[in-house]
Design a protein around this ligand. Structure first.
Ligand SMILES: [Zn+2]
Length: 75
């Protein structure tokens, strides 16, 4: 399978790079292949605890919500 997102040109400095040759080093290919993942699965994949993944998820959701509010002038 070839990465259809970045034409296999991802380098380690790219934000979508993951060290996973079976996914062409592309996190989007991993998502396409595996589908939704639990916090525990993401933690195992990234070498982080389920608790740390939960913290990162909450932080990302908060930033997303704040951006959504700002973009839509709801604040
Ligand atoms: Zn890809």
């Amino acid at each position: 399978m070839k990465c259809c997102h970045f034409n296999n040109i991802l380098t380690e400095s790219h934000r979508y790079f993951i060290d996973s040759p079976e996914d062409d080093n592309c996190v989007l290919c991993l998502i396409n292949r595996k589908g939704p993942m639990t916090q525990e699965e993401v933690g195992e994949y990234m070498g982080l605890s389920k608790m740390r993944i939960s913290q990162l998820q909450k932080s990302a959701q908060k930033r997303f919500l704040l951006k959504l509010i700002a973009v839509n002038n709801l604040g």
